[in-house]
Design a protein around this ligand. Structure first.
Ligand code: GLY
Length: 391
């Protein structure tokens, strides 16, 4: 099943259960100083959870553009080296604002996964918060998930958007991708193992508290539900591949990179070319979407994070070819994703000119630095370059 269908089936399912389909919000959170970027589906509903904003619906569903690079949820340094880390990703979610709670949230998730996507129950595992006996009972008695497939964790099963704000215990659903060659302990591999065998595909957060700046949790006016399922991970499951990067969300980007560089992407390999292509694919997506939402590369705040993402991408791109790789990759992102996110097409010229300017600036800086270093090395009488020169 293509990612586009995974996305639309999710939204259609929740619409059929009385949820309003709400458009993805911007990657720049509206007047929220606690967050650098929208990092999950619940961000646009933060004030609805706390009760300070009212909406004409109590159930919503979204496919939300999200970035995790800086701040509480920061995946930047892992990107490219694993099969499932991203800076930019899409989060599918369903939300209840004081409407339904644990029983329905768990039922909807299990029903959609096993009856609509038809994922075999044998491949699914769940986790709950260490103290959440109610969730255990619902999984075990209502959905008939065997007790031995339900594990309890403490901190890993408590979700916070940021240091302050709505939060609560959560229950995660994992998919078993089968034994992995990189597993540190294959005999005892289970949910929570550091290898990529058990991958979290859905997080159901039972929103119950609003955490203040002293770390004190205040009960929300009404218990609510916030869920997040990464489209990239779910698509990997639906396409029978172990890595998000082997789904149709990324393979077209690798084709463009291969055409430009003459190098080949190798599925699941950690060779220099494949790592560089994954880094570039991820960072080109993040760059296109962040610039479309108004972030400009700069030396502070959001702009600085974008600059780091772009320059990391360009640097890895240079391992593959002297030609520009980021520009054609960003172009492909725009053409691939504009039917779902029309802002990309609308701001295409601005996105591409911003990428080109940043690439030119970075290459100039690199060239200047490299020339300086080379000439200083030539002058060296000892093995040390003076601190002032390095600075
Ligand atoms: N808001 C739930 C999650 O991002 O996992």
């Amino acid at each position: 099943m293509k990612a586009a269908e995974v996305r639309s089936k999710f939204i259609e399912y929740f619409k059929s259960k009385g949820h309003t389909h709400v458009e993805s919000s911007s990657l720049i959170p509206a007047s929220d100083p606690t967050l650098l970027f929208t990092n999950s589906g619940m961000v646009q509903f933060k004030n609805v959870f706390t009760g300070s904003e009212k909406r004409p619906y109590t159930r919503a569903t979204t496919h939300q553009k999200s970035v995790r690079a800086g701040g509480k949820h920061n995946d930047l340094d892992n990107v490219g080296h694993t099969s499932r880390h991203h800076t930019f990703f899409e989060m599918l979610g369903n939300f209840s604002f004081g409407d339904y709670f644990k029983k329905e949230a768990i039922h909807y998730a299990w029903d959609l996964l096993t009856n609509v996507y038809k994922i075999p129950e044998t491949k699914l595992y769940v986790t709950i918060h260490i103290n959440d006996d109610e969730a255990f009972k619902i999984w075990n008695k209502q959905e008939k998930v065997p007790a031995e497939k339900i594990s309890r964790f403490d901190k890993d099963n408590f979700w916070q958007m940021a240091d302050t704000g709505p939060c609560g215990p959560c229950s995660e659903i994992f998919y078993d991708h089968g034994p992995q060659p990189n597993c540190p302990d294959p005999k005892n591999c289970k949910v929570g193992c550091s290898c990529d065998r058990f991958v979290e595909i859905w997080n159901l957060v039972f929103m119950q508290f609003n955490r203040d700046d002293k770390g004190i949790d205040h009960p929300l006016p009404k218990p609510s539900v916030d869920t997040g399922s990464g489209l990239e991970r779910l698509s990997a499951v639906m396409q029978g591949v172990a890595s998000n990067y082997d789904t149709d969300l990324f393979t077209d980007l690798f084709k463009v990179m291969s055409n430009v560089s003459g190098k080949k992407y190798s599925k699941g390999h950690n060779d220099e070319t494949s790592i560089a292509m994954r880094v570039m694919a991820d960072h080109a997506r993040a760059s296109a979407f962040l610039i479309a939402d108004g972030v400009i590369p700069s030396n502070e705040g959001r702009g600085y994070v974008l600059r780091r993402i772009m320059r990391r991408g360009i640097r890895y791109g240079k391992k593959l070819t002297e030609k520009s790789l980021i520009l054609p990759t960003v172009k492909e992102v725009i053409s691939k994703m504009s039917d779902v996110y029309p802002e990309l097409k609308k701001r295409q010229d601005f996105i591409l000119s911003t990428v080109k300017t940043e690439e030119d600036k970075f290459l100039e800086t690199l060239e200047h630095g490299t020339n300086l270093l080379t000439s200083e090395i030539k002058k060296l009488k000892t093995k040390e370059i003076p601190g002032e020169i390095v600075f």
